[in-house]
Ligand binder design. Structure first.
Ligand code: FAD
Length: 487
């Protein structure tokens, strides 16, 4: 090591790496407890995997957006910051496409599988997952009695152990892709059961009413991070990827592109797969280092078309489609109630996202709009605007919605999700045992990491004034100008 700690550009009590919901929540908690904090963010905006953009006069949500019952932290935080919620648009029929056959069904009606037995098979499969999850502690799934057996399987191998008809297999796969942005073969059964244990039921994760998709935020979910950052009054440094974290003499030095900061502790909030892109001195042990190699991000391209009106509502459709043919196998009505324009959003997921991510944007747009036209009619080709985000191409996310627990990961590396390494603490949606991978999990993790730091370092870290003026100019100007949206 050729840089001594005393040569850091500035000093605070706690540095936070990442200005997403987890990092900004942690910073807010610490600051309100009297600690001097500095948030180091790689990008030119805050919000991480929540991101909004104006397209054709309306807001489109490029990243995380829905919350639901049981997600009390994110709801409370938003209320506190004056960000209101509104119910997701529900009324109308859902389009269902299977084997070249297009049909429609009411939200409280039965899914019109071509083989009616498929519905019962799907319900039984989801119910069986719910039952299996009862033996799994959400906060430490690796402690489940049969953890090795469960973590030794993927959801695909579990599914193949059940006799499902082709219609049931399609719908099961679609549910998994919608939830994890990966294929059933990519995800550990134990990982899924931990999520079910923390949220109540498998169905509850992807149904809309009384589920994780029941509400949206006025102005978009990124607004929460924007307001958190404003509340931190300039203690957020943008455009400054953290490159190296050095622990020495009971303190840490966080080296980033635009600032080196000395602190009593650092909270790293990037997704596990991105932890490994930061250099640690001394190196992390195999349990922590292995985690960053064993929890890859899902793959999703979220696509939006803006129309003069939400025309699908005129024919009694709710904008939702479920289909065995892509590129967007799942869609929703993503219009904001205060706008007259309509927004259809489609998801390209898992393997499809990797394949379509290699194509030209124009080719993708054409295919997405044709897909919308198959579901909702020719009017879907007549757009006011189009926007998409391939999260796999976002350098500081590398995928989405979240990190995917692969087989064996929880058993061998699960504790490393949260376990501190000296003065390095970990937060981020994936580290939460409640709604892991969701905005709720991100907020919970930020609160938890802040508590850990305050408890471990109480009386150890001398309070210092954070000399923000040493650190930044540009990032604070950007925040002052509200420069938080892309495009
Ligand atoms: C398309 C999509 C749809 C989703 N839908 C939903 C939904 O409807 N509901 C829901 O609850 N959740 C949803 N999610 C997930 C949700 O958005 C995330 O769980 C949550 O926003 C994660 O917050 P976080 O703070 O843990 O991580 P992030 O938001 O990823 O924040 C990490 C921050 O660290 C920064 N960073 C990375 N590397 C460095 C570095 N080296 N130095 C400094 N900074 C760095 C990043 O730029 C980022 O700002 C979705 C995600 C995606 C992508």
């Amino acid at each position: 090591m050729n840089r001594s700690l005393s040569r850091g550009d500035t000093a605070v009590d706690v540095v936070i790496v990442g200005a997403g919901l987890a990092g900004l929540t942690a910073a807010r908690e610490l600051e309100s407890a009297g600690a001097a904090v500095l948030v180091i963010e790689a990008q030119d905006r805050v919000g991480g995997r929540t991101m909004a953009r104006r397209v054709a006069g309306t807001t489109v949500e490029l990243g995380g957006q829905w919350i639901g019952p049981g997600q009390r932290r994110i709801g409370a935080l938003a209320r506190d910051l004056g960000v209101e919620t509104f119910p997701t648009h529900l009324p109308g029929r859902t389009v269902f496409c299977e084997g070249g056959r297009r049909s429609e069904y009411e939200e409280d009606g039965e899914i019109p599988f071509s083989d009616p037995a498929a519905l019962r098979e799907v319900e039984e499969a989801f119910g069986a997952l719910g039952k299996l999850a009862r033996g799994v502690p959400a906060d430490a799934p690796w402690r489940a009695k049969n953890a090795a057996e469960l973590d030794g399987q993927t959801l695909e191998t579990w599914k193949l152990g059940h006799e499902l008809s082709s219609g049931a297999r399609f719908y099961f796969d679609l549910a998994v892709e919608s939830l994890y942005a990966c294929e059933p073969r990519d995800v550990s059964l134990l990982g899924v059961l931990a999520d079910v244990a923390s949220s109540g039921s498998f169905e509850g994760l992807f149904e809309i009413e009384a589920s994780a998709e029941e509400y949206r935020f006025v102005g978009g979910a990124q607004e929460i991070s924007v307001r958190l950052a404003e509340g931190l009054e300039g203690r957020v440094v943008l455009d400054s990827p953290a490159r190296r974290i050095v622990q020495e003499g009971g303190a840490v030095l966080v080296e980033s592109v635009r600032a080196s900061v000395r602190a009593g502790a650092v909270i790293v909030t990037v997704p596990p797969a991105l932890r490994g892109r930061i250099e640690y001195v001394p190196a992390l042990g195999p349990r922590h280092d292995g985690l960053s190699q064993r929890m890859p991000m899902g793959a999703v391209i979220k696509c939006h078309a803006v129309y003069g009106t939400p025309f699908w509502r005129e024919t009694g459709l709710n904008g939702r489609a479920e289909s065995d043919t892509g590129p967007c196998k799942v869609t929703c009505d993503n219009s904001f109630p205060e706008d007259s324009v309509g927004v259809l959003t489609g998801f390209i997921l898992g393997s499809d996202a990797r394949e379509w991510g290699r194509r030209e944007r124009g080719e993708r747009e054409e295919a997405v709009l044709e897909c919308f036209a198959r579901y909702f009619g020719e009017k879907a080709l007549d757009t006011l605007g189009y926007a998409e985000t391939d999260w796999g191409a976002e350098v500081y996310s590398r995928g989405g919605y979240a990190g995917v627990p692969t087989p064996g990961m929880l058993l061998d590396h699960g504790p490393a999700l949260q376990e501190p390494v000296g003065r390095i603490y970990w937060a981020g949606a994936e580290t939460s045992s409640e709604w892991s991978g969701y905005m709720e999990g991100a907020v919970e993790s930020g609160e938890r990491a802040a508590r850990e730091v305050l408890s471990d370092l109480s009386g150890v870290v001398p309070r210092r004034e954070a000399p923000v003026s040493d650190v930044d100019d540009l990032s604070q100007r950007k925040l002052a100008q509200g420069y938080t949206h892309r495009g």
